[in-house]
Design a protein around this ligand. Structure first.
Ligand code: GLU
Length: 296
């Protein structure tokens, strides 16, 4: 089966340098293995969504020459599929409805204890659904970060797979949709590495295949924080994509081809792509002057 990758941004803002790195890394990996690449807008958190951000992200990707191989999918379009996965877990006794509030959980360091603090919610009341996390170490090999292990039960506890506002939680939705789209390789920022053991577990409990994982180094701002969409750190300029593309290739440890033709540069980058050169750790993002041409 050929490789199939994806870029799955949440529409909480436009692309910044860090998200461009994730988009470019996943695109390069798919293209350099002769595989396909898709874009899925993860719009399952309406309060955090910025109106127009989804459309702006797609326009930016196109301006950077990163064309998906099919229609852009919106995660919110298939909530029935997410609900079906939730119901399978509930029916198998692998998940349970929970009405514990943040205040209830505060004394436990926000980790859910073995038994709910709040009384069981009535069947007709909105409630979160938590996965009953089995004990034991979850381990997998990340193509950039190496072997990863986590005792999810001890370190995370029973986590939410369905929110009490009626929306699927990220961990469930991402696993269900990656499987439904036939994604074979997940290439994304290392900020999601600590979610991956939870996703591995959900795949196992839902009998879904595990993709390969490749977590890319995180871009940090001058204060050493992860770049965030909401603070509009390090925006990239779709009107002039080459400076940011070159900076993103350099950030990923890749050779930066010469030339001023966008598609020529991308094609050369695909030919030269070498995942072994991707650095592991966090790195400072290049300054604004490296990703954007000075406006005179
Ligand atoms: N939607 C998530 C985000 O924008 C990324 C999901 C993923 O790549 O698994 O942070």
């Amino acid at each position: 089966m050929s490789n199939r990758g994806r870029f799955a941004p949440s529409p909480t803002g436009t692309l910044h340098f860090g998200s461009l790195v994730a988009a470019l890394g996943s695109w390069l990996r798919a293209r350099s293995t002769g595989g396909e690449w898709f874009v899925r807008i993860e719009d399952i958190d309406p309060p955090r969504e910025v109106p127009g951000a989804a459309e702006a992200i797609v326009r930016q990707l196109i301006a950077f020459g990163l064309m998906p191989d099919g229609p852009v999918i919106r995660q919110s379009a298939d909530r029935a599929r997410h609900a079906a996965a939730r119901d399978r877990l509930l029916a198998a006794g692998l998940a349970y409805r929970c009405a514990c509030s943040r205040t209830d959980l505060a004394p436990y360091g926000s980790r859910h204890p073995a038994r709910c603090i709040a009384p069981p919610p009535a069947a007709d009341r909105p409630a979160a659904v938590r996965l009953r996390v089995p004990s034991g170490i979850v381990g997998f090999d990340d193509a950039v970060q190496g072997p990863i292990e986590q005792d999810v039960a001890a370190e995370v506890g029973d986590f939410v797979i369905w929110r009490n506002d009626g929306w699927p939680a990220y961990q469930l939705a991402v696993v269900v949709d990656d499987a439904a789209q036939g994604v074979t390789e997940v290439v994304r920022g290392a900020d999601l590495l600590d979610s991956t053991p939870r996703q591995y577990l959900l795949q196992r409990m839902l009998c879904l295949p595990h993709p390969r994982w490749m977590h890319l180094p995180l871009a940090l701002d001058a204060a050493g924080r992860k770049l965030g969409k909401r603070d509009q750190a390090h925006p990239v300029d779709p009107a002039d994509p080459l400076p940011a593309l070159r900076a993103a290739l350099g950030f990923l440890g890749q050779a930066v081809p010469d030339g001023d033709d966008l598609h020529g540069l991308l094609a050369a980058a695909v030919r030269a792509f070498d995942p072994a050169r991707i650095p592991r750790g966090t790195q400072p993002a290049p300054g604004r002057d490296a990703t954007q041409r000075e406006v005179s």
